[in-house]
Design a protein around this ligand. Structure first.
Ligand code: CA
Ligand code: CA
Length: 446
């Protein structure tokens, strides 16, 4: 064991010397015991974020399928005894690909396998076609059957994650397909201290999106399930993951009722009094709605919370919300935004009610058709601080670009200045650092 460990470290150092892997891959001999570095964003404040680093030997798991993953989150018990996951310190290594749309024998489940009470997609489309049904929201037995079918899928894909947990990919190949990681405490009793690293989250999808005929000009399909959602949860570190769609990518989905059959919700949503989150070195790819920080203007309990740091993330081929912020003090630095040949691009930074985004040294690579004022969209917010932004290798004052074509103007005064950060890089070095360093890396734990 020891000999293997040492040889792995030596191999790693050789790989670094050859520039085949980022040096970071060698920093932690055991990724499961790694903790967030002091000063590394909001999640490092006070107690810091240690996840399951203190796990006893019997709370260290390696999981290869859904059942093992759910058991590991519940003190080794499957099916879980309750809907409250274990808060005992635990380390969960994800080995290979885990598809959560499976039965208890690990056999794949298709959307049809979840159908309940006579639901079929064909019947649903025939019944609620606006040309037939009109512009009322769907109701009746078939809509009820859709909801029942949605619940049947949710029972498989919703993975509840408790406090004091580290979930980490054993290597670059760790993938979780179709899952909704639900990190959810309650008001006054938050979940806390959770680390999720080194995993590819792929194709989180809802087989049963809801039809809302008057949502937007043509109506819209509204799906459930973010890849990861935080509600009433604090001290979380989300690091070196990839979030993406492949089999269910929007461009592969059909239009129904003349609008995209949207089966995705967000990739990483941070809402409902969540707080103290560091999101670093992730790749967010090919998706519409990415990261909502604060879900409602009326959620005034979010005031003073929703403090999030985003750094060294790749935002590539996305529609919107990178992030969209309400209420929170959010530090957005050294991220790399690629907006190229992207017909769904809407905006990057959403300025919501009482939001205080502090954007520093971010790099945008864009087509000439995208103008810098488009990076900002305002949803009842009044300010965003922005400095050191480069667009295609030129420094650009994004706030001035926005204010030049919009009225009323946004203020640059957000009333705070970040102190929790390390390694704030010059903007011109960001594309190389992020392309090379973001996303899962090979780890050597054995
Ligand atoms: Ca969401
Ligand atoms: Ca695309």
């Amino acid at each position: 064991m020891r000999v293997l460990k040492i040889s792995a470290i030596i191999l790693c150092l050789i790989a670094v010397a050859a520039a085949a892997v980022p040096a970071l891959a060698c920093d932690q001999r055991d990724l499961g015991r790694a903790t967030l570095a002091p000063n590394d964003g909001w999640a490092s404040i006070d107690t810091g974020t240690t996840g399951g680093a203190d796990a006893a030997p019997e709370q260290v798991y390696t999981v290869t399928n859904r059942q093992e993953l759910v058991a590991a989150l519940n003190d080794g018990v499957y099916p879980p005894p309750s809907s409250t996951p274990s808060s005992t310190p635990k380390i969960i290594y994800v080995d290979g690909t885990i598809d959560v749309n499976v039965d208890d024998n690990n056999q794949p489940l298709t959307c049809e396998d979840y159908y309940q009470d006579g639901y079929t997609l064909e019947d649903f489309l025939a019944t609620y076609d606006p040309a037939v049904w009109g512009l009322e929201n769907p109701s009746g037995l078939l809509e009820d059957a859709r909801v029942a079918s949605q619940k049947a899928q949710e029972a498989r894909v919703r993975i509840r994650v408790g406090s004091n947990t580290t979930i980490v990919g054993s290597g670059r190949g760790a993938r979780i397909l179709g899952a909704w990681f639900d990190l959810r405490g309650s008001s006054g009793s938050p979940r806390s201290n959770i680390i999720i690293r080194n995993i590819t989250f792929q194709d989180t999808y809802d087989c049963f999106p809801k039809w809302r005929p008057t949502d937007g000009e043509l109506g819209s399909w509204n799906a459930l399930y973010d890849s990861i959602s935080l509600r009433y949860t604090e001290h979380v570190w989300i690091d070196h993951n990839t979030f993406r769609d492949r089999e269910t990518a929007d461009e592969k989905m059909p239009n129904y009722f003349n609008v995209l059959y949207q089966v995705h919700d967000g990739l990483l949503d941070i809402t409902n009094e969540s707080d103290l989150v560091t999101v670093s070195w992730n790749r967010f790819e090919d998706h519409d709605k990415v990261m909502l920080i604060g879900s409602s203007d009326s959620a005034t309990a979010d005031r003073g919370k929703l403090r999030v740091t985003l750094h060294h993330n790749l935002f590539d081929d996305l529609g919107q919300r990178t992030p969209r912020v309400r209420y929170g003090q959010v530090h957005v630095y050294n991220n790399y935004y690629k907006i190229q040949r992207n017909p769904i691009y809407a905006y990057s930074w959403g300025v919501g009610i009482e939001s205080a985004t502090y954007a520093e040294n971010n790099f945008f690579k864009t087509d000439r058709s995208v103008t810098s004022d488009q990076f900002i969209a305002v949803y009842k917010g009044t300010a965003i601080y922005e400095t050191g932004t480069f667009v295609n290798r030129r420094p650009v004052d994004v706030l001035a670009a926005y204010n030049e074509v919009n009225d009323p103007a946004l203020s640059g005064d957000v009333g705070w200045e970040p102190t929790l950060f390390i390694n704030l890089q010059p903007t011109w070095t960001v594309p190389y650092a992020v392309e090379r360093g973001a996303g899962p890396f090979n780890s050597h734990r054995h």
